[in-house]
Ligand binder design. Structure first.
Ligand SMILES: Nc1nc2c(ncn2[C@@H]2O[C@H](COP(=O)(O)OP(=O)(O)O)[C@@H](O)[C@H]2O)c(=O)[nH]1
Ligand SMILES: [Mg+2]
Length: 371
């Protein structure tokens, strides 16, 4: 399969420079294979997939290649990052055509179960659904994702679905880049609905909000008083609040909770201009509310596109992403600078001994960096 793909676009490795397609590839094919075998043993073993193989595989929605491409963008090695950027550059024109949905909520609220139902519903209705996850609690994420995969058992077997565990390790900035670039790859592979799941803790919620069009907050029924201590912040980010597990004995309290949240969101600024935050009940177990949510999202897309809010947000998200990366890159360079590192010991001491002011400390360090 891969050989076939290569044949269409491949330029023999030993052919130096030039973009000429004038190679008689039919003939070269045979020679090239021989060359590989006889010339370089290393090539056979570690022969990496070429960028063009990646491009073709991703655009064809070859799941193996798609998964490998995501692995490539998750790599922190400079070489891989370069290759990944080349790949992304080549599929860029195929990105952006999905609806990106963020789903958040405390652990145990039922996100994975809900996504299993929601995703299956979408697949049954002709959509292609990619599920990505962000869990900044890095090392723990692998484990929890294993749990998630079993929880999304049906969906993970559905040919129209693609589930990818969250990238483990690294800074939130790194995880963000990886997830955003994974979104691009999935879009290029033709997934028209992208779901990003995150656990409802602090920064990760804001991060996911910054990469999706529609943001859904799941909460549990009951716990009235302080609205489950669900920080106002989380609700303020949401385009919809779903009271989940509205089944069995929970139905009544779910309904009450819904009414309480309806009142609460009334006093909040909407997360998306021109869209009133919706509150509804649902159950990933009985599928209640699933269709309603999808209709809501269609309505959201229609409305915000008409207002221009949809496109504007995407543009702002892209710019924000770029400058967040600039900041991170500057920060890394600053702290990674050996002169700064050395000087810090001295400066910190002077500062803590009360010999210099914080502002002078900053100036001194900056001087070191720019010198
Ligand atoms: N009654 C009920 N239980 C649910 C529902 N969704 C999930 N659960 C249960 O809640 C627990 C946590 O679900 P999970 O999907 O892993 O939550 P997550 O941590 O938010 O991804 C599991 O034991 C599920 O069986 C639901 O809609 N109704
Ligand atoms: Mg989960």
């Amino acid at each position: 399969m891969q050989k076939k793909q290569k044949r269409a676009s491949h330029k023999p490795e030993w052919a130096s420079g030039g973009k000429s397609e004038g190679f008689t590839t039919q003939v070269m094919d045979g020679i090239k294979d021989n060359t590989k075998k006889s010339k370089s043993k290393k090539n056979i073993k570690t022969k990496k997939i070429t960028t063009d193989d990646f491009v073709i595989g991703v655009l064809e929605d070859n799941r193996t290649v798609l998964a490998q491409a995501i692995t490539l963008i998750e790599s922190n090695s400079v070489k891989h990052i370069e290759k990944a950027q080349e790949l992304l550059g080549k599929i860029l024109h195929k990105t952006g055509k999905s609806i990106r949905i963020g789903i958040t909520g405390a652990p145990g609220v039922g996100k994975s179960t809900f996504i299993e139902s929601f995703g299956t519903y979408l697949c049954d209705n002709g959509h292609k659904v990619a599920v990505l996850a962000i869990d900044p609690s890095s090392s723990r994420s692998r484990g929890s994702i294993l749990g998630d995969k079993t929880r999304m058992e049906n969906l993970s077997r559905n040919p129209n679905a693609f589930i990818r565990p969250s990238p483990s390790g690294g800074t939130l900035g790194g995880v963000t880049r990886k997830t955003r670039e994974s979104i691009m790859l999935c879009e290029a592979a033709g997934f028209d609905v992208i779901i990003v799941e995150t656990i409802g803790v602090g920064q990760s919620e804001i991060t996911v909000r910054s990469m999706v069009d529609f943001y859904l907050l799941l909460i549990l029924p009951g716990g009235g008083d302080e609205l489950q201590g669900l920080k106002k912040g989380a609700v303020e980010l949401a385009d919809a609040v779903a009271i989940n597990k509205a089944d069995g004995d929970n139905i009544k309290s779910a309904y009450l909770t819904k009414e309480q949240y309806k009142q609460a969101v009334h006093y909040l600024l909407p997360a998306t201009e021109g869209w009133e935050t919706q509150v509804f009940t649902c159950s990933g177990l009985t599928d209640q509310g699933i269709e309603q949510l999808w209709n809501m999202i269609i309505e959201f897309e229609k409305k915000t596109k008409k207002l221009g809010v949809f496109e504007l947000r995407r543009k702002e998200q892209t710019l924000d992403w770029v400058y967040a990366m600039v900041e991170e890159s500057l920060k890394n360079r600053f702290y990674g600078n050996s002169k700064v590192e050395k000087k810090r010991i001295e400066i910190d001491k002077k500062l803590l001994d009360g010999k210099i002011t914080p502002t002078i400390a900053v100036n001194e360090l900056m001087k070191m960096y720019f010198e």
